[in-house]
Design a protein around this ligand. Structure first.
Ligand code: ADP
Length: 490
């Protein structure tokens, strides 16, 4: 087993409080935190109350209006966000330890992948602080001359609601652009994985983000999350989670017309043509569904293989599935960690059972693994009907369906036959065909001969029921701004 940074045990040895107005508040109802690899409690934080939501919203609103953050020069804010990135890097073993213990990550992937990516996210948006501009124009008002300019101003208090499947990454993807835009933030991490977000709040303070600008409130989604969404002082909600909750947020945001960015579910197709480089496509398709045990919003959960290579693709995916070694993220030999919780594993198992009953052929996997923790075997299902639940519904586990197609049109038909539209990948050596398909695929992000590559400069988000709005890139920053036009009569 990997020896964790000594700071992890120290951090977990005490109850961690919610982060409100620069203070850590611990005298609340405890919220125990568990290791999904063992089921054991590893630490605890507390549940925020409705009073805490009011307090955080008022403090964040005050901070926004007295301009203690957005009033700093862009260069100063940039320096502070760059310092956040440095602190994330220098605390990488500790943060990776928390992500592994609380989020079920493989330690190596957290240390060398996710945590550095969080630092890069802060660097990327630090760069934007000094570059976000509006525009000027010459209005055509008859008989009078005006000077017109357009500003991109911070939107106000932003509620950031994150899921459990990549707690630190999701928090960084939202905090970095929100702070770069000049907003005040209230982060509500998922109840299962609050610890790394609470630690991140400390690093933000250490880097120089003033008190009152960022608050972190662990709590139940439908209680504290919903209270944030309905709060009149919250101007913007950036949410990543399930489509069902996203729909609820649309309803809850209606009263105040709160601005929403929603990154929701996915059922992303992986389309493999006969001319693809199968030596790359098959392992990549396996990675697309099995990395992080399939608990990834852009997971490639539906593979469509052209008929001539269908058997090879099914066999290849099954080989990759069987080669996985399930175990705790702290064991360097593990290649796949656990699912996040017992109820979640129960949902995954029930969906696979339903697929089996509906006539799907479970080629490999299809069962829980081990007596400890919430492991589920990587699973390949062939022959499931296109209209069956296993092909249409998000599983959020290491479960992939494989189906055959004959030509480009039928591949497109299968791929687009989904209420979701987050991501897709196309595997072919024929660039023209790939571009034709990319034009017609109903997905917010499309990879050709790759899958799931995170790129901060490229906007990511969904069409159809996969969401509203985009994260990353300039669009991810503009999601935290309100455009305002100013006209001056000369
Ligand atoms: P997941 O399946 O990833 O847990 P959820 O959509 O249930 O997805 O949760 C994502 C985030 O949304 C979590 O932080 C959760 O606490 C929060 N949440 C859940 N229900 C609501 C709600 N009604 N209003 C606001 N936030 C919610």
């Amino acid at each position: 087993m990997i020896d964790l940074d000594s700071g992890v045990a120290l951090y977990l040895s005490r109850r961690r409080g919610l982060s409100l107005n620069g203070r850590e508040i611990t005298h609340r109802v405890p919220l125990p935190c568990h290791d999904p690899a063992t089921g054991e409690q590893i630490g605890e934080t507390v549940l925020a109350t409705h009073d805490d939501v009011d307090c955080a919203a008022e403090a964040a609103h005050r901070a926004f209006h007295d301009k203690r953050w957005r009033g700093k020069t862009p260069a100063e804010r940039q320096r502070i966000l760059l310092r956040v990135a440095e602190l994330i890097d220098s605390h990488a073993p500790l943060l990776a330890g928390l992500e592994t213990l609380n989020g079920g990550k493989l330690y190596g992937a957290a240390l060398h992948g996710e945590v550095p990516h969080c630092a890069e996210t802060f660097r990327y948006y630090a760069g934007w602080v000094t570059k976000l501009g509006g525009g000027t124009f010459e209005p055509s008002v008859p008989g009078a001359r005006h000077h017109g300019f357009v500003r991109e101003d911070p939107i106000g208090v932003a509620a950031l609601i994150t899921p459990w499947n990549g707690a630190l990454v999701a928090a960084s993807w939202k905090l970095a652009p929100a702070l770069a835009a000049g907003c005040s933030c209230i982060l509500k991490p998922a109840e299962l994985t609050p610890l790394s977000s609470l630690y991140l709040a400390r690093l933000l303070a250490e880097a120089g983000v003033p008190d009152g600008v960022v608050h972190v409130l662990p709590g139940e989604g439908r209680d504290i999350g919903a209270a944030l969404v309905r709060h009149p002082l919250v101007s913007k909600v950036s949410f990543t989670g399930s489509t069902a909750v996203g729909e609820q947020l649309v309803r809850d945001s209606a009263t105040n017309l709160t601005r929403l960015s929603l990154e929701l579910g996915g059922k992303s197709p992986v389309i493999i043509f006969e001319d693809a480089d199968l030596e790359r496509a098959i392992p990549a398709a396996a990675d697309a569904i099995f990395s992080n045990a399939g608990q990834v919003c852009v997971a490639g959960s539906r593979v469509y293989a052209q008929r001539g290579i269908y058997d090879r693709v099914v066999a290849g995916l099954a080989d990759h599935a069987r080669a996985h070694r399930l175990g705790p993220g702290l064991d360097p030999a593990s290649t796949m960690g656990p699912l996040i919780s017992d109820p979640h594993r129960g949902r995954v198992a029930a969906m696979v059972e339903a697929a089996r009953t509906a006539g799907g052929d479970v080629v490999t996997g299809g069962s829980a693994v081990g007596d400890e923790g919430y492991f589920y075997a990587p699973t390949v299902i062939a022959g499931a009907r296109q209209d069956s639940a296993i092909v249409q519904e998000e599983v959020f586990g290491p479960v992939v369906t494989v189906a055959a197609f004959d030509d480009e049109n039928s591949a497109l038909g299968f791929a687009n036959d989904s209420r979701y539209g987050l991501a897709a990948s196309i595997w072919t050596r024929d660039a023209a065909r790939a571009l034709r398909l990319a034009e017609d695929l109903e997905a917010g992000i499309i990879w050709i001969n790759d899958h799931g590559i995170p790129e901060l400069a490229m906007p990511i988000g969904g069409v159809k029921k996969s969401g509203i709005g985009r994260e990353h890139g300039r669009q991810g920053l503009l999601a935290f701004t309100e455009t305002r036009s100013v006209m001056l009569r000369l």
